[in-house]
Design a protein around this ligand. Sequence first.
Ligand code: ADP
Ligand code: TRP
Length: 339
Amino acid sequence: MKQDKEIVLTGITTTGTPHLGNYVGAIRPAIEASRDARVQPFYFLADYHALIKCQEPERIKQSTLEIAATWLALGLDTDNAVFYRQSDVPEITELTWIISCVTAKGLMNRAHAYKAAVAENQEKGEKDPDKGITMGLYCYPILMAADILLFKARKIPVGKDQIQHIEMARDIAARFNHIYGEHFVLPEAVVQEEGAVLQGLDGRKMSKSYNNTIPLFLPEKKLRKMIMKIKTNSLPPEAPKDPETCTLFSIFQAFASNEEVEQLRQRYHQGIAWGEMKQYLFEYINEHVKDARARYQELLQHPEEIEHRLKQGAARAREVAAPFMVEIREAVGIAPLTR
Ligand code: ADP
Ligand code: TRP
């Protein structure tokens, strides 16, 4: 693997089924980037992160399978991108401990996810503000820092909610470098543009947490049914409609060309019936996903193929990680006594 390329790294937590929002905001741009020979992407299934939020083993396993199949079906270029499962790279957890020992507890006290959990306890009037909070949740930014620092990744594409974690990874890296010398690259968040946020069935941001998602690879009939469920206003069919406040339009926009969007905008101004618009949106998205969906279904029938590709990815990741961990261990004074 050439090391002169810019390293771009991102993790996908394995707790759910990919939805259209994940596709538009994260998967599609990442796959496009995987085809750019100037960058070296590292994309991984963050299954250790998943344990923080989910204690249902079957769900973690199923989600790992579905997410891996999704990325492969959509044509992730695994010759260029290193695609692996976090838990197949033991150097990540090893590094987590080493950097834990330079991470200030106060830094973790300030993490949004932890603070939100404490605030929730306080609102509920709990005596113990840490009630129900695991060390996994508390230390999660350190695991994430290890994911990033181990591969000397510079650019980290993430959603807004993750910016703080990247800043923490920088802080931890700088602290380590200050004590032990320059070993880590300081990472930077690359935040997706605001415009790319896709709305869900109820018009809010499409998110697992709101239960308003449209899974990316729903079978055709179910996809149609779900699109029919998207909330609209109650204007009569012939009335002119405002595209800018319409969920159907905003979803269409995320898939169509500028020209197609412009044409549809005119139709809104002239008056388009909601039933017709929903059917049109369904056909458009269905056409867009159908080939990948067939490959996805095929891959789900062959988990051994997916496993094989993940293992290959992990082997490539470890080619980088293992020698770097020797360097890091030596830096902190953990090394063979004789050579
Ligand atoms: P969810 O909100 O469903 O739990 P995640 O937080 O797991 O989704 O998001 C995974 C990735 O998908 C992130 O990079 C996030 O920015 C992106 N993403 C999630 N929902 C949307 C959306 N509605 N529009 C655009 N991108 C999204
Ligand atoms: N925590 C990220 C999320 O919830 C996923 C993730 C784990 C990640 N490790 C990472 C993202 C490293 C970027 C880099 O979305």
